[in-house]
Design a binder for this molecule. Structure first.
Ligand SMILES: Nc1ncnc2c1ncn2[C@@H]1O[C@H](COP(=O)(O)OP(=O)(O)OP(=O)(O)O)[C@@H](O)[C@H]1O
Ligand SMILES: [Mg+2]
Length: 251
């Protein structure tokens, strides 16, 4: 199959001179679901920000459908990103939150309405358009955030710890919903998490990141049966990493 997203030897050094990403290379074909799994500070968010164009790598190239993205600003990349600490616009209702990016793109009212209705249906929130984000549960809010990310028909979707703000029970439920929605769409997806159960549920392929480097990349079965090193073995092997204790590196 033809490669869609290609990262070739991406390096990133922080302003403080620390290595945030070292020699990151991988490729995805259309519809692939990749999970990036790694502890706090391993470079997951930095990598997504570089792919989306919000940050610039020091070396290396990103291509999409054969075209270099390196000089392309974020809004020209047509990628959707759902951020880790996601905030909906509190002063806009659910409808306007989902339609926001579409209006920015100059879609007319009729087209915005039909797309937002379609998205509300997709995330099972039909009838919630007039609600304020504050009147929603955490899980409903995240579904609105997903609808907003998907509305402009991005060619690549990146989800940065989309469940991290939710309690454990809700996380399980929403994870199943997210996976179902995303697999119903033939859209290339990168799902970032520090929780291996989430990573295994969301991705056909898992990339393990540690201190800015890829420790191993493979199917869940590869990682469990043939861990490349002690880090992978212990990170995958210890039950419930990050599932109960939250994200240890963040306050
Ligand atoms: N704006 C910044 N300025 C300087 N250093 C940064 C910045 N953002 C991140 N870093 C550093 O880059 C490294 C990777 O951080 P990043 O946020 O990508 O990790 P992460 O894997 O997303 O962690 P978490 O699971 O906690 O979200 C860390 O060492 C971090 O301190
Ligand atoms: Mg992060």
């Amino acid at each position: 199959m033809k490669e869609e997203l290609v990262l070739d030897q991406i390096h990133k050094t922080t302003d403080q001179g620390e290595i945030a990403l070292f020699d990151i290379s991988f490729s995805l074909t259309r519809g692939d679901k990749l999970s990036i799994l790694g502890p706090s500070g391993s470079g997951k968010t930095t990598l997504l920000r570089i792919i989306s164009g919000l940050e610039k790598q020091n070396f290396g190239t990103i291509r999409f459908n054969g075209r270099s993205m390196d000089l392309s600003p974020p809004h020209k990349r047509n990628f959707g990103m759902m951020f880790q600490e996601f905030a909906l616009f509190p002063h806009l209702n659910v409808f306007d939150n989902i339609g926001f990016g579409l209006k920015m793109k100059g879609w007319n009212r009729h087209r915005v309405r039909s797309r937002v209705d379609e998205m509300l249906d997709l995330v099972n929130l039909t009838g919630f358009g007039n609600r304020n984000p504050l009147e929603l549960s955490g899980g409903e809010r995240q579904r609105v955030a997903l609808a907003r990310t998907l509305a402009p028909r991005p060619e690549l979707v990146m989800l940065d710890e989309p469940l991290s703000s939710l309690d454990r029970v809700l996380r399980k439920k929403l994870l199943a919903q997210l996976v179902r929605i995303l697999s119903s769409l033939n859209i290339t997806t990168i799902f970032v998490t520090h929780d291996h159960e989430e990573a295994f549920a969301a991705g056909q392929r898992i990339m393990i990141l540690n201190q800015g480097r890829i420790e191993q990349s493979g199917t869940p079965e590869d990682l469990i049966r043939r861990p490349a090193n002690e880090f992978v073995r212990s990170f995958i092997g210890s039950p419930g990493i990050g599932t109960d204790s939250g994200n240890p590196g963040r306050s």
